[in-house]
Write a protein that binds this ligand. Structure first.
Ligand code: HEC
Length: 277
């Protein structure tokens, strides 16, 4: 595991956790002092985030929520999971006797919204009769699968509107996106001596669409700041990168984590408007 990637993800976590509702400069300062004792770079980061939060307040925008909702927040009920188990034995277990839990489930769905799992199975499963279950049954099956993965039940049923807001994360919290995952990142398309790279790239975000970004991702990309990562592109010739050189783009592709530097098997390059410098 390359420390660069881990580090930047750690920053990401700190940032989320430390981002306070509008006007909490005092608490930012306290945190800053605590953190100063530990590590200089962290405190610089907190200072930066605090000033950003302040800027947001000044601009009159709503501050970001303190923490993203995750599967650990009790997002389904036990009764719903029980209904889901019934639906699962009726429609799924003939092919999936073992169910979906443990490392295999996490590897495929973590660092993504619960919506990704729901969308996949509600449009593609059962493989011999996709879409045969009702929306409610698919939701209940999600609740059941969450319960088999030992995510805690809560007092409110999982609803369709929640799916896109709940993040799938392991016990240890957000982690770098796994090797091989389909991702998007915002950066600059830069021509090196031998190959093109995405430089000043943001932390990769997991997606399920290879080429065309869903509207929400386009919106998020438009607001995303450049980062400090860099990915060497593999096979981008067919995507005609020539006219995008030096531009700020959203790059989509399969992540290939390598000791010598992470690479991206590009599946889509989308200009975001504007040069990179
Ligand atoms: C007739 C057999 C069959 C039935 C019935 C079936 N599936 Fe599948 N399912 C498959 C096959 C084959 C795959 C592998 C294809 C893939 O991953 O795209 C798969 C893959 C999956 C995956 C992704 C694999 C993973 O490990 O995450 C999920 C989730 C899933 N099925 C859920 C369901 C659910 C929920 C139902 C019931 C509503 C269901 N399946 C019914 C055959 C079936």
């Amino acid at each position: 595991m390359r420390s660069g990637v881990l580090d930047s993800r750690t920053h990401f976590v700190v940032r989320r956790d430390r981002l306070k509702p509008a006007g909490s400069l005092a608490s930012c300062r306290t945190e800053l002092q605590v953190l100063k004792k530990n590590m200089l770079k962290f405190s610089i980061l907190v200072a930066l985030v605090c000033s950003l939060a302040q800027g947001q307040t000044a601009a009159g925008e709503a501050a970001a929520p303190a923490r993203e909702r995750t599967v650990w927040d009790g997002v389904y009920t036990e009764a719903q999971a029980a209904r889901g188990e019934e639906a699962f034995s009726g429609m799924c277990s003939s092919c999936h006797r073992a169910g979906f839990q443990g490392p295999g489930f996490m590897q495929r769905w973590r660092e993504d919204k619960v919506a990704a799992f729901y969308n996949f199975m509600s449009t593609k499963m059962p493989i011999n009769a996709p879409g045969i279950a009702t929306k409610q049954q698919y939701l209940d099956i999600v609740a059941y699968v969450l319960s088999t993965n030992k995510f805690p039940a809560g007092s409110q049923e999982l609803a369709v509107e929640d799916l896109g807001k709940i993040q799938v994360v392991g016990k240890e919290g957000p982690q770098p996106v796994p090797d091989g995952a389909l991702v998007w990142s915002v950066g600059c398309l830069t021509q090196g001596d031998d190959w093109e790279s995405l430089t000043r790239a943001s932390e990769p975000i997991r997606t399920r669409e290879a080429e065309t970004p869903p509207e929400a991702e386009m919106k998020a990309a438009g607001q995303k700041a450049l980062g400090s990562l860099s990915f060497r592109f593999l096979y981008i010739e067919s995507l005609k990168p020539t006219n995008l050189k030096g531009q700020k783009i959203m790059a989509r592709g399969f992540l290939d984590r390598e000791p010598k530097g992470d690479r991206l098997l590009a599946t889509g390059l989308i200009p975001l408007g504007g040069a990179c410098q």
